[in-house]
Ligand binder design. Structure first.
Ligand code: DC
Length: 222
């Protein structure tokens, strides 16, 4: 399971600010950025699209076996194709928000995605955000952060994005599922962003990575 490249794991609950932090840190370091939630969202979209119930493990397993997936890295970001279709425009819809926690609690889905998630690290240095990246997907990486914020701040951030998202029920499902639940890896650095600006959090994460001896990616502009 050894990754050939450096992996920075960024975990945390929904709307904690982890995507903004991960994107900025990836750009600073010239690492690829992978949002693992997009892969779970893509499968949630597929299940909705094919009228498969998100908690019907057997039906979802059958659907996965009948569908062709591509998980690529393009321009330092992940790109998904499902039976030749790019699901990206649909991934943050209310319909997907409503079923993605159920889909991602299924063992068959988590096992299905573990391989593709780990394979990204064979292609490039990367920063991957999610719920179980430091605890389950890349438990051996020395670079792990858990980005948190108070429930009020998170609800405000989601609302500011104009998104309808039942954060508390998603958090409850994500943290209580039996397989790879949202949890803080023992060796992760916890950052509470409630009272910090994005710039402050990015600076803090970059400082910690430097202290841990992380080397930057190649500077393609040089
Ligand atoms: O990060 P996000 O809110 O886009 O993730 C969507 C859902 O995907 C989240 O509610 C739980 C699931 N997920 C997961 O189970 N494991 C991950 N590593 C990432 C996301």
């Amino acid at each position: 399971m050894a990754a050939h490249h450096s992996v920075i794991a960024i975990d945390g609950p929904a709307a904690s600010g982890k995507s903004s932090v991960a994107r900025r840190v990836a750009a600073e370091l010239r690492f690829a950025y992978v949002n693992s939630g997009s892969l779970y969202r893509a499968i949630a979209w597929l299940a909705n699209d094919r009228a498969v119930k998100p908690d019907d493990s057997q039906a979802v397993a059958k659907l996965l076996s009948q569908t062709s997936f591509r998980f690529d890295l393009r321009n330092n970001a992940s790109a998904i194709s499902i039976d030749g279709v790019d699901p990206e425009p649909h991934l943050r819809s209310e319909a997907v928000n409503n079923v993605v926690s159920k889909i991602s609690a299924l063992n068959v889905v988590r096992e299905f995605l573990l391989g593709p998630l780990r394979q990204y690290a064979e292609q490039a240095n990367l920063i991957m955000e999610g719920r179980d990246i430091g605890s389950a997907v890349f438990p051996d990486t020395p670079y792990k952060f858990y980005i948190d914020a108070s429930p009020e701040v998170r609800a405000r951030r989601r609302a500011a994005e104009g998104q309808q998202d039942n954060l508390s029920s998603r958090d409850r499902l994500d943290a209580s599922r039996t397989i790879a639940p949202l949890k803080i890896a023992p060796d992760a650095e916890v950052v509470d962003t409630s009272d910090l600006s994005l710039d402050q959090v990015v600076a803090l994460v970059l400082r910690r990575l430097e202290e841990k001896g992380l080397r930057r990616g190649p500077d393609e502009r040089a």
